[in-house]
Design a protein around this ligand. Structure first.
Ligand code: 5GP
Ligand code: ZN
Length: 117
């Protein structure tokens, strides 16, 4: 655990969150500032700083996170679809430096997801 990482603290239960799924590897909880009617964050419990840190040694947990997302889509009744987003690094507008995937649904999303330059 990284002592100054907010998502490590959420994973450890030191900061409260509204959990929607938990197992030994993954935690899913509601985003504090939802950007859609359903907005859940999926994180590995182990600290990985970003998607740029995914390696052959740790990539299995990404597959697991997507399995959990598919399961949650059914539980959360996102029958009409959903979006999974990962923001990585400065250009990706990542604000919390612990790997996480946003799962958004319950409305029709826009595309592209960024302003044209
Ligand atoms: P990022 O911008 O890094 O892709 O996403 C970070 C997300 O974490 C944001 O959507 C933000 O609302 C959410 N967030 C930041 N701090 C907390 C917190 O303490 N609790 C919860 N539930 N979400 C948080
Ligand atoms: Zn962390």
């Amino acid at each position: 655990m990284m002592s100054d990482c907010i998502f490590c603290k959420i994973a450890a239960g030191e900061i409260p969150s509204t959990k929607v799924y938990e197992d030994d590897i993954v935690l899913a909880f509601k985003d504090l500032e939802p950007q859609a009617p359903t907005h859940v964050l999926l994180i590995p419990k182990a600290h990985i700083a970003s998607a740029a840190e995914i390696t052959p040694e740790n990539s299995a947990l990404v597959a697991h996170i997507f399995e959990v997302a598919a399961k949650l889509a059914k539980e959360l009744r996102l029958d009409n679809g959903f979006r999974v987003v990962n923001n990585c690094g400065e250009d990706g507008m990542q604000s919390v430096q612990h790997l996480h995937f946003h799962m958004l649904g319950g409305k029709k999303m826009g595309w592209p997801p960024y302003p044209a330059n």
